[in-house]
Design a protein around this ligand. Structure first.
Ligand code: HEC
Ligand code: HEC
Ligand code: HEC
Length: 469
């Protein structure tokens, strides 16, 4: 008995020494970091102060790509940090900050919004980094400088209002009541949008899949194109697309005119091989051709047709959503559940991706950022590869355009593959796959209540037969 007892005592002693040393080191770390982690000198320029905070914070080590992860050969901690770096760059890629410092290019809006969240919460860098890098933590003083920099860039480069005491920062902006537009062009675009002669068999118009009477979608799992051909993706709405910087799930097009052009010559959607047959079919309609020439003197050609379609999107907007009224100061515009839902939407970090006027639409993000979404499917289909199909960059596999969530209650089914039939399923899946959170029914209900307040007023209706004449 006795020797075993001594052995246990000996091991306990060693264990205590190890934990004791660790506690002292961590304590010392905190103490020293309080003393040495000070704000950059006020004599430095604003930009130099920020670069110092970012460098001390190790932000580029984990968010700047492999070239910046210089800790790789460190014992023990090297492995922890490079694992964090692998994850970190999937959550936030800081390339656009590095570019900004090189040639003053604007920093990606979504990256600024994501940074606003982590800096407000002082949740970055991760604890495992902070305990060995004593100057890395974001102190309250550093936070003040960092947040001011973010807000100023959002104002100058992206048109956001500067937050004030009575108007704190919100990651979502209200939708304007209207956009300046040339109404003759809008009207021609509206006629074209509803014209089935745009398709090879004259059966399908833009409105077939993007019906202005049903929130700009067809509510089908996969839309049906010319000659009854099935499409690959669930339809994205054309409503409020005008606020987005690029279009389609894979981000094929950077303007609405280009998106329209690609659709018109898509073999499945419109079934046309080129623009010529489209122009020929339209030119056969003399009254329409004359009307068109009144506004576009060089007549029916690819540029003018796609321009008119793009112009029409300026009226496909849905102002007056209850949530916008709430943002503008009417605290009664949304109910208590929706208010809780909005707080959750921010706290869980949904707003990190679904942000600004469109409540999304501004960035490409991994579907399955935290927990793989595709391993649970029987097989991965081509469209599941996401943006990779356009860029051929392996890091773009499973990246998709973040859909805008305005009018989301009406645009079911959800996800690029229509795998979520209702909002509850979509919200639960998002919390798990993007945020590693299993949320209960009450929380799902609150978030869905919030999402329902994003439904605005639809002023556009499908074209009637008499309008078509
Ligand atoms: C040791 C690696 C590491 C360092 C250093 C680090 N990060 Fe991170 N960062 C991560 C990881 C890992 C995540 C993923 C989120 C998580 O695990 O909580 C992340 C997530 C983020 C996100 C995304 C949050 C979101 O809502 O999706 C932002 C923004 C961010 N970090 C900013 C920073 C900034 C700013 C700094 C410097 C002050 C920093 N990070 C330093 C590893 C790091
Ligand atoms: C057969 C159905 C169908 C027709 C017809 C159709 N679309 Fe689409 N549209 C889709 C689908 C499906 C998507 C999303 C798929 C993708 O990403 O490739 C989409 C995406 C879009 C988007 C991008 C929305 C966003 O948020 O990124 C715009 C804009 C758009 N279509 C405009 C048009 C216009 C203009 C026409 C008429 C010239 C048209 N579409 C005809 C099915 C259709
Ligand atoms: C990392 C970025 C990211 C985060 C965080 C995120 N989403 Fe998403 N969300 C996406 C992407 C990307 C899609 C499209 C995925 C697809 O279709 O494969 C999407 C799709 C959706 C859709 C369906 C939209 C449609 O038109 O089909 C809803 C609803 C949604 N998200 C809600 C949420 C909620 C609620 C949260 C927070 C729990 C959240 N998202 C967090 C990126 C994100």
């Amino acid at each position: 008995m006795k020797p075993t007892y001594t052995k246990v005592k000996k091991w306990l002693n060693i264990l205590w020494k190890i934990t004791g040393t660790a506690i002292i080191l961590v304590g010392l770390g905190f103490f020293v970091s309080r003393v040495i982690n000070i704000v950059p000198s006020a004599e430095l320029s604003k930009e130099e102060q920020i670069i110092t905070i970012l460098e001390q914070g190790g932000c580029f080590v984990c968010h700047g790509g492999p070239d910046y992860c210089t800790h790789i050969n460190w014992p023990v901690f090297g492995a922890i940090i490079s694992k964090n770096a692998e994850k970190g760059i999937r959550f936030a890629n800081a390339t656009s900050i590095l570019e900004h410092f090189n040639d003053s290019r604007p920093i990606d809006q979504t990256l600024l919004i994501k940074s606003q969240k982590v800096v407000s919460e002082r949740s970055m860098p991760p604890m495992s980094f902070r305990i060995i890098h004593w100057k890395s933590g974001i102190t309250k003083d550093k936070q003040k400088i960092f947040l001011r920099w973010i807000y100023e860039l959002m104002a100058t480069d992206h048109g956001w209002p500067l937050p004030a005491k009575d108007r704190p920062f919100e990651p979502i902006m209200p939708l304007p009541d209207s956009l300046p537009a040339d109404f003759a062009k809008v009207n021609l675009g509206r006629i074209l949008y509803h014209d089935p002669r745009l398709s090879a068999d004259s059966t399908v118009s833009c409105a077939t899949c993007h019906n202005p009477g049903s929130a700009g979608v067809d509510n089908l799992d996969y839309s049906v194109g010319a000659y009854g051909q099935p499409g690959m993706f669930s339809t994205l709405t054309t409503y409020n697309a005008v606020f987005h910087p690029f279009f389609s799930w894979e981000g094929n097009a950077s303007t609405l005119a280009l998106q329209s052009a690609m659709t018109l010559v898509d073999p499945v959607i419109m079934g046309n091989e080129s623009f010529e047959p489209v122009i020929d079919r339209l030119m056969a309609d003399v009254p329409f051709t004359l009307l068109f020439i009144e506004t576009y003197p060089d007549g029916l050609n690819a540029d003018n047709i796609t321009d008119a379609l793009a112009q029409y999107h300026k009226v496909l907007i849905t102002p007056d959503a209850p949530f916008d009224k709430y943002l503008q100061g009417d605290s009664e515009a949304i109910g208590p559940d929706a208010k809780k839902g909005y707080q959750l939407f921010k706290r869980l970090g949904c707003a990190s991706c679904h942000n600004s006027i469109g409540v999304g639409g501004n960035s490409f993000e991994y579907m399955g950022l935290s927990n793989n979404f595709f391993s649970i499917r029987d097989r991965i289909r081509l469209p599941d590869l996401g943006r990779y199909r356009i860029t051929a960059r392996p890091e773009d596999i499973h990246k998709f355009k973040v859909p805008g969530l305005r009018n989301i209650e009406l645009t079911h089914p959800y996800f690029h593959n229509a795998s979520a039939p209702d909002l509850e399923t979509a919200v639960e899946a998002m919390a798990y796959h993007q945020r590693d959170k299993l949320i209960n029914k009450d929380k799902v209900h609150q978030i869905v209540s919030f999402l329902r307040t994003l439904t605005g007023t639809f002023r556009e209706k499908p074209l009637t037969d008499s309008e078509r004449q």
